[in-house]
Ligand binder design. Structure first.
Ligand code: SAM
Length: 325
């Protein structure tokens, strides 16, 4: 695929490499997911512009301990982490609003190039633009692509013959099934070493409210998927007929997030009809939780050597530094 550059924004401080999949891929994936016995979609589709905004709102919720714990860990260990960064390029996977990386950039002014990589194109571009404005000496690049696919590194001249390190905060690795997580890590290892945030196993009493908050922002985030399908694929989901829930499956070690049909109903997506039983679920996301040892086993299976792990005093969250073998 040939990337589209942001030629319309000639004076932009950010170069955009756009490998966003076409709308046909979205339609094919959604229809395939809704026609399985257990209806499911890939979590990447939760992130249109509105989805990214709602996720940013989730990060500020009192129940969502992940963001504030990871931010505190990054602040507490920024100087040590900075020693691993080198002076080349820093590539952030699933960069979202590019907030956490600011802590690293503050501690490592030698980093020359920042590449924000995300599927949510508009949000990515705005976040990278804000970053470029706040760090004038930094070369900022927005790379819109799906990180579960082979990375288009050969098409990014700024990543050729450079020392490059990956940064993958937010415990987004937990959205992937363990085998998919190994495949992602193998893909990421092509770039170089990796700094990665991983949520730890803990009680359902802490986990479930984090993914189903009292204000209903997590529910709005999940149900926004149906709004997106209505808008982009000409569907007729009636949102009042669906609810959201999150459950911790302690045996599998994962939060299971799903949309529940409140009635027996039929939904049209273009000319395709999808039937829902009352109580039937559409899985929107998993969020796997790992002990430090479990995660390091995954990393080693993908060709990384675990070098360092930072954990907060309450043992809520971990950040690993992995060296590519
Ligand atoms: C859980 S949020 C984390 C955002 C931010 N890194 C943080 O730590 O707060 C996941 C981010 O990854 C992006 N994302 C999800 N699936 C993706 C995929 N398959 N490829 C690229 N980006 C993806 C989303 O758009 C979103 O910005």
């Amino acid at each position: 695929m040939t990337p589209i550059l942001n030629s319309q924004l000639r004076h932009s401080p950010v170069k955009l490499y756009d490998f966003h999949p076409p709308i046909e891929d979205f339609k094919t994936s959604i229809l395939a997911g809704l026609q399985q016995p257990q209806k499911a979609i890939s979590p990447q589709f939760l992130y249109d512009k509105r989805g990214s905004e709602l996720f940013d709102a989730i990060c500020t919720l009192p129940e969502y301990y992940l963001t504030r714990t990871e931010v505190q860990l990054l602040q507490d260990h920024a100087n040590e982490i900075a020693t691993y960064l080198g002076n080349g390029a820093l590539v952030e996977f699933g960069s979202g609003s590019s907030q956490k990386v600011r802590i690293l950039l503050g501690a490592a002014p030698q980093v020359q190039t920042y590449v924000g990589l995300d599927i949510s194109r508009q949000h990515l571009y705005e976040a990278c633009t804000a970053l470029a404005q706040d760090y004038p000496g930094l070369e900022a690049i927005a790379l819109c692509t799906d990180y579960t696919q082979p990375l288009p590194i050969a098409q990014i001249p700024e990543l050729q013959n450079r020392h490059t390190i990956g940064f993958f905060p937010g415990s987004s690795i937990g959205n992937l099934e363990p085998l998919e997580a190994v495949a992602f890590l193998q893909n990421a290892a092509v770039l170089g070493d990796l700094i990665i945030g991983v949520d730890l196993k803990k009680s359902a009493a802490i986990l479930e409210p984090a993914y189903d908050d009292a204000q209903g922002i997590s529910a709005a985030f999940a149900l926004n998927l149906l709004t997106r399908i209505n808008r982009e694929l000409g569907a007729n989901f009636d949102l009042s007929q669906f609810a959201y829930r999150a459950h911790y499956n302690a045996i599998a070690g994962r939060i299971e997030m799903e949309i529940v049909s409140l009635a027996e109903q039929k939904v049209s997506i273009g000319d395709v009809e999808i039937c829902f039983d009352s109580g039937e679920t559409l899985r929107t996301e998993y969020s796997y939780k790992y002990t430090p040892d479990e995660f390091q086993m995954l990393a080693m299976a993908a060709g990384f050597q675990p070098v360092q792990v930072w954990i907060d005093a309450q043992q809520l969250f971990s950040i690993h530094y992995l060296k590519r073998l």
